[in-house]
Ligand binder design. Sequence first.
Ligand SMILES: N[C@@H](CCC(=O)N[C@@H](CS)C(=O)NCC(=O)O)C(=O)O
Length: 201
Amino acid sequence: MKLYLKPGACSMATHILFNELGFDYETETVDTSAGTTATGEDFLKINPRGYVPALKLDDGQIITENPAILEYVGDLRPGAFTPVHGTMDRVRLSEMLSFLGAELHKAFSPLFAGLEGEARTEALAKLNVQFKRLDNILSDARPYLLGETYTAADMYAFVVLGWTDFLDISLAGYTHIEAFRARIAERPAVQETLKQEGLVA
Ligand SMILES: N[C@@H](CCC(=O)N[C@@H](CS)C(=O)NCC(=O)O)C(=O)O
């Protein structure tokens, strides 16, 4: 399988998942502005929407969209980082992946466009609504988003929250989020992924 990624982008959630599972995989970086991959492939032929992540299976089929890719890869070892289908825990995972993708992740998007002044203040206010929601979820003495069990949703949240460093956005006061980030960052598979993407030495 090959994961098309950009260092530090949301594609890193699946990269972490591969390392947590200890599976063999390949990666290829994408220049989304140019629409080409590192080996010169036309990325729009891989994902016509032009963004990472995309996962190419060994039979050539492509999967796109973070929740779908995370669930597919996680289910290659059912129950390890994706609760098994047909359980309420699995419903909670889907619920969380939808929240992370549609609400938290998307609230960052305007800030990547380099907003300034009032527009940036408004975008930050909307982002802080999502931080508050996430902090509330974690405030119930839960180490991870679904409770006691570390799942693919935590990997996705960790990556998205990491963008606060890049964008110079403070998480001060969100004590549960800060503790959560530190907890995930300690994991060897996470550190390995950060190294592989060139984000830490
Ligand atoms: N709905 C998509 C969103 C993917 C997305 O926002 N990808 C970003 C990186 S996190 C991207 O490739 N943006 C284009 C760019 O950075 O040029 C998904 O869940 O996979």
